[in-house]
Design a protein around this ligand. Structure first.
Ligand code: DGL
Length: 268
């Protein structure tokens, strides 16, 4: 594998751009190929079988683009499809997900005991976070809560306003979130509302961002495997399976620089 090969990432839509944004900051030489499966958004309500089939097809696309790493930049797809994608890709690229680095961070932390997890229905119902954390830290308490309105809320641009504050309050006042000392943002859309969530808890709890955890883990892995790009090798590319102008606009908010989307309908 050549160090100059790009990093491939995918999500159901633009949520994974929070991972791409963190990678851009941490690893400025890496070129990224991003795929947002907007034709099938949201993944949070789909069956695990459907998500597995979409993920395999997208992995194939990213392999065709010669990616050295395929980062599943979506918690829902990481929960449903990581094993299948990893087996499918084999030694053609390194496959990573956003859940394992987040679990590592929580399990290695000195001051997390009572951990809340918010995510899509798919992520929460899979039980992946609880299982992986409790396997390593049976002394922890894990309280998962599905917060399905947050993705459409963010995608409609309701952030830092009364509507989003009311929805966040309605979810986080749930009994499951009582007495937590740490909260995992188990969806790559949620870093966009991280400060609102921290404010809800009066900045008293640790908020763990799966996008940042994944980007940090990618950096460590590339260093360890001698796979870091040594110089910039071209522009990032952004593909979606269904184009809308709105996505381009919101994409820029997630990635924090202009995003020119190209259409790639893999299911034609
Ligand atoms: N960004 C995805 C995640 O991390 C969820 C979005 C969706 O439901 O499609 O789970």
């Amino acid at each position: 594998m050549e160090t100059s090969q790009p990093i491939g990432l995918f999500d159901s839509g633009i949520g994974g751009l929070t991972v791409a944004g963190a990678i851009k900051t941490l690893l400025p030489n890496e070129r990224m190929i991003y795929f947002g499966d907007t034709a099938h958004l949201p993944y949070g309500d789909k069956s695990a079988d459907a998500i597995r089939a979409y993920s395999k097809r997208i992995a194939e696309f990213l392999l065709e683009k010669n990616c050295k790493v395929i980062m599943i930049a979506c918690n829902t797809a990481s929960a449903a499809a990581y094993d299948i994608v990893r087996d499918y890709v084999g030694n053609r690229a390194l496959v990573m997900n956003v859940i394992d680095p987040t679990v590592d961070l929580v399990c290695d932390s000195e001051n997390s005991r009572n951990v809340g997890v918010i995510g899509t229905k798919g992520t929460v119902n899979s039980g992946t976070y609880s299982k992986k954390i409790l396997e390593r830290r049976p002394d922890y308490k894990v309280s998962p809560l599905a917060t399905p309105l947050l993705v459409p809320m963010i995608e409609e641009g309701f952030i830092f306003d009364d509507i989003s504050n009311a929805i966040i309050r309605a979810y986080l006042s749930n009994d499951a979130m009582k007495d937590i000392d740490s909260l995992i943002l188990g969806c790559t859309h949620y870093p966009i509302i991280k400060n609102q969530i921290r404010k809800y808890f009066n900045f008293n709890i640790k908020v763990i961002d799966s996008s940042l955890a994944a980007a940090n883990c990618l950096k460590d892995t590339l260093i360890e495997k001698n796979m870091l790009a040594h110089k910039q090798t071209g522009k990032h590319e952004f593909y979606v399976s269904d184009y809308t102008e709105m996505f381009e606009k919101i994409g820029e908010m997630f990635f924090e620089e202009p995003v020119k989307l190209q259409l790639a309908n893999l299911w034609e």
